[in-house]
Design a protein around this ligand. Sequence first.
Ligand SMILES: [Zn+2]
Length: 273
Amino acid sequence: MSYYIDPHIHMVSRTTDDYKRMALAGCVFVSEPAFWAGFDRSGPEGFRDYFRQLTEYEAKRARAYGIGHGTWLCINAKEAEDVSLSREVIKMIPEFLDQPGVIGIGEIGLNKNTRNESIVFIDHLDLAARTNELILVHTPHLADKYQGTRMILDMIRGDGRIKPERVCIDHVEEHTIRPALDAGHWVGMTLYPITKCTPARAADLIEQYGTDRIMVNSAGDWGHSDPLAVPEFIFEMKSRGHSDALIRKVVFDNPLEFFRQSGRFTWNPTVSG
Ligand SMILES: [Zn+2]
């Protein structure tokens, strides 16, 4: 069995059946960024409840299936259009930063590449810099992706306090992976059944760019997505004849190395990958 980590999945919106199927497929750890609930929350207290769910309750649900759980906190780009709400939420985040499962700030980013989203993105960067947190970045989908990724990379570069290797640029595709890697960041490839990368496209990109600073994830949520996307990628890589060690670097060693930069990350695998 190949053990793996899913570094980006929204387990609050998945069932216990999914946890069980993931455990059977070799999942030993998940990292869960804060995201949009599918509807706009009515105020900052809605985020407080969500942060409690992420930091206190979801880890217990994961543990019941032998899966470790880490989390990231932020207000997502979809709700960041409301700058004053966002600032109230950002002010609340430090209350949760000493919780053991918190890996960093994320998934922050852009959705429609608006001015307000950029203001809130920069505020999050400032919080991460002041509190020395890792950063997980959502890049916009489809047509907005290239421009949004350029804007994001510029804003990160503009904050001289942030070390590039402490940032993961997620949902990269063929046209955005190179600028993110060239800037010194980690990258995540999201394996989706319809949009984003398929397992075959992700395998092509690994063959082109190698395995350094690259992870793959399912970004499973309440929408059309596949919580077993990482095992699908493993299957694709094996069928192309790639070695177990190379595959393990992408699905296990790399996320561990990235997370271990967080001083709070204490999870230790009981398996060797
Ligand atoms: Zn996500």
